[in-house]
Design a protein around this ligand. Structure first.
Ligand SMILES: [Cu+2]
Length: 481
């Protein structure tokens, strides 16, 4: 990857472009690999191919979108029409999932049941609803059985939807950086290493952590202004525990949703695979340099490995990794923290409650289970009616974290281990820690058809921790809980 490409997200300020008349914005705003919708439409070509490129200063043979890792940023407005002309130049079949977008799960939209064979093309097309939440989303392969391998090869790209949150004046005036976190396991010659069987089972991880395909970018906090950090965990298994040393930061949204008000992060920010975080850093402290670091997070794998005679974590897995350096820069625009953000829509009472029990079975292709069953293409596990709200209890009966992800409809996390969540966020991935329980409210709106819910440790998904949900028009039968 060229340096110019690496810098396309970090250090460049997307929102600051609009303020260029009064700011010191890097002149290069038309960035390589960034596509912005025009006149309500975004049309992009996207090709997946294996390629040798430079990542984090070393040569690596990776799986790329349009010859880069991560893939190009797509930026669109709520209400836009999107067309992706996709070509598969990989050696295996693949497809695309538009993670977090509230769009149809059928046809040529967010249809994970499509398969694009090697050498073939597939055109994807959908409309982002006008009321769609503004947020950071992403695209990645979702071909069952190959998902972990392809995402671990590098296939992931960020999507920005501009919506109501982006109209908040303070947010509009903030500088903005998008940070795509990935990890890789490369040989000295830059080849992707085959994961050890234990890592393939419990979730592959690599020691090389990259941010937008590079290592530890330097970001600028405008003095007296705001830096909006938008983080995406695009790793297949790694859970990041992030800390901004010696400087406050404020969460304004998780995944594709926005909180009612900024919340100071008094604990570390934990991002499971697929999670995003929208965070503000206010430049109101002593100007200086601050570091955003990733701390070791044990998702239960060390116990699993030790229990199976594979020892504990290696030294490198215990290391604290610098994700980004933040330094104060010139005042672009004096901007205070916004006091309020967006009110959360009020949900109807749930019409049905369900339980989803996550557990491990015996070794084999279907050893990760939901409600005792591994994934089957031809079985509908859950049927829901459009226009209803359901309350789901996700129960993790295993000694390892399982981040639960639902396609098409975001949900609100209302309880953890029976304790109410004070400021329920809208999210599409919720990490359910070992032996923990999480309750969520899911409104099923707008779209009928089949889609999936699954663990976002992608090896677990590939090994069966996924179910099919069918959303149908109401059949007229009332249901009590
Ligand atoms: Cu899992």
């Amino acid at each position: 990857m060229k340096r110019r490409q690496i810098l396309q997200y970090a250090g460049s300020s997307v929102a600051a472009i609009a303020l260029s008349r009064c700011s010191k914005v890097p002149p290069e705003t038309d960035l390589v690999g960034r596509s912005v919708s025009q006149s309500g439409a975004l049309v992009v070509d996207l090709t997946a191919a294996e390629q040798t490129l430079t990542i984090s200063g070393q040569s690596a043979q990776l799986l790329t979108y349009n010859h880069q890792v991560p893939g190009p940023l797509w930026e669109m407005q709520a209400g836009d029409t999107v067309q992706v002309n996709f070509t598969n130049h990989l050696a295996d079949p693949t497809n695309l999932h538009f993670h977090g977008l509230h769009i149809p799960p059928t046809g040529r939209a967010d249809n994970v049941f499509l398969s694009v064979p090697p050498g073939e093309r597939q055109q994807y097309q959908f409309v982002i609803p006008p009321e769609h939440s503004g947020g950071l989303f992403w695209y990645h392969p979702h071909h069952h059985g190959l998902v972990a391998e392809q995402v671990f090869g590098g296939l992931a790209g960020p999507i920005i939807v501009r919506g109501a949150v982006d109209q908040i004046p303070e947010i509009q005036a903030a500088a903005e950086s998008i940070l795509v976190l990935q990890d890789f396991d490369l040989s000295r010659r830059g080849r992707r290493r085959e994961p050890m069987p234990m890592f393939r089972r419990w979730g592959r991880q690599g020691d090389l952590i990259t941010v937008n395909g590079d290592r530890t970018p330097t970001l600028t906090i405008p003095q007296g202004g705001l830096l909006r950090l938008r983080l995406l965990n695009a790793s297949p298994s790694r859970i990041y525990q992030l800390r901004l040393n010696d400087h406050p930061w404020y969460l304004i949204g998780i995944d594709g949703g926005t909180l009612p008000e900024p919340v100071e992060l008094t604990e570390d920010l934990v991002l499971a695979p697929g999670n995003r975080a929208d965070v503000l850093v206010a430049g109101d402290r002593t100007p200086g340099a601050y570091s955003l670091v990733s701390l070791p997070y044990d998702r239960g794998i060390s116990d699993m490995m030790a229990g199976m005679g594979h020892g504990t974590h290696t030294h490198r897995q215990r290391a604290v990794v610098a994700i980004a350096h933040l330094q104060y820069g010139e005042t672009i625009h004096t901007v205070p923290l916004p006091s309020t953000l967006l009110a959360s829509p009020v949900l109807a009472p749930p019409s049905r409650r369900r339980e989803f029990v996550l557990d491990h079975g015996i070794d084999g292709a279907q050893s990760f289970l939901i409600n005792g069953r591994g994934f089957a293409h031809d079985r509908i596990d859950t049927r829901v009616e459009l226009g209803t709200v359901e309350e789901w209890r996700i129960i993790n009966n295993a000694g390892m974290d399982h981040p639960f992800h639902l396609h098409t409809n975001a949900f609100q996390v209302i309880r953890r281990n029976g304790e109410p969540v004070l400021l329920p966020a809208w999210q599409d991935v919720v990490n359910v820690k070992a032996y923990a329980t999480v309750d969520i409210l899911v409104p099923f709106n707008d779209y009928v058809g089949k889609t999936v819910y699954h663990c976002h440790i992608l090896d677990h998904e590939d090994q069966g921790m996924m179910g099919i949900i069918e959303m149908r028009q109401p059949n007229g039968h009332a249901r009590d809980i």
